[in-house]
Design a protein around this ligand. Sequence first.
Ligand code: FES
Length: 464
Amino acid sequence: MKSIWTEEIEIRRRRELPGDMEAQAVVIGAGMAGILTAYYLKQAGIRAVVLEADRIGSGQTKNTTAKITSQHNLIYAGLIRTFGRRMAEHYAAANEAAIGEYERLIREKGIDCDFVRCPAYLYSRSGAELLKRETEAASSLGIKASFETECELPFPVAGVIRFGDQARFHPLKFLAEMSEGLEIYEQTRVLKVEGRRVETARGTVTAEHVVFAAHYPFINVPGYYFARMHQERSYVIGLEGAERPEGMYLGIDPGGLSFRTCGDYLLLGGGSHRTGVNPGRRTAAEMPSKQGAVTGCRYGMLRSRAGELYPGCREAFRWSAQDCMTLDGLPYIGRFSGRKPNWYVATGFGKWGMTSSMVSARILTAMISGRDCPEADIFSPQRHFTARAAKGLVVHGAYTVKGLAKHLLPSGNKEIIPNCPHMGCRLERNPEEESYDCPCHGSRFDREGHLMDGPAQTDCRKRE
Ligand code: FES
């Protein structure tokens, strides 16, 4: 199931790490966050080497819906309440600046990547109160936000928040250009990091600074990110023959959908669930598809909604995404741990990977090059622990205990031992995507047990 982005472009291949080397910085992961970080480090005169387990942009960057926005669901009223106005301003300013920085780079380099400035909306069909409160909060932080009752969606709404001057683009076309001129080694999986030494099967890179930008940090201790994040899957279908709104939309009600135009297609998204928690029974809801007739309840739900909203439309693409969700809903960008002053991390972007990648690159480059970055405080992995985070920790812990408790149960799988190689939780079969997914921290494996998504580092063990 290829995303619409991978249909249109293939990024130039790079060679594997040729052997041991030294650099000033090593960046683990050649997705949007890693590539942008390496780019800004180079601009700052710092030699950075990028190590990628697979191909450039082959992780979550290829699965995004590529909205570049400071509108991250309902967030600003809560941020002001929990972290105070100054830190909430930092969050808003960093994300608004990220949009402007994408535009600056694209114009300066003449990158042809379908970049369009457009508004972003949150909509509700059930009530306007939360939207009004959020509009007030966002406006007070300097964002161009307004509450409205009319919009382009094909159903009535109780209201929308409109953020002006947001953007969308083609992430892989952008990444292809941005990765030129950087020192990147593909098919080079990092196996171990000790101090300044980053070990791979192809050689060791020794560097003063180590940046973990590979979606989910695979080091368990220190940092303990496995206890502070879970992963969620969500689903997208690309529709031909559907109305295409100018704005980008996200519903805040349970089961709310995402809408975003991409050329001749409408991208309709939704169906989020915790990775490894069985999405449920298949449904018969189907539409004609260029990519065959795979159905499951999440894709089926999207097809069914598409058929109701846009009669006669046709599914041309479908794909899914995997997102790291933090305890308090904010990314972890900054020092990996107080015990590792030269390690840095960029993870936990939630559903907002493009904007957060740019924020990460700018913050981490400032830290590594010794520049001040006042906005960094709200993103710090060492920020204060909130009541929401405490609640998230309890829920996350319960899933982990359950997953670990089930690992001793007998399994009907004849090929692989379905215990996750990360920390041993029992994998659950995901009928939606014919994969085995871990409910504890979200690692995923194909039917043969090959690793698809971390934090696990290895394939499942095979039965003797
Ligand atoms: Fe941690 Fe599976 S991802 S136990």
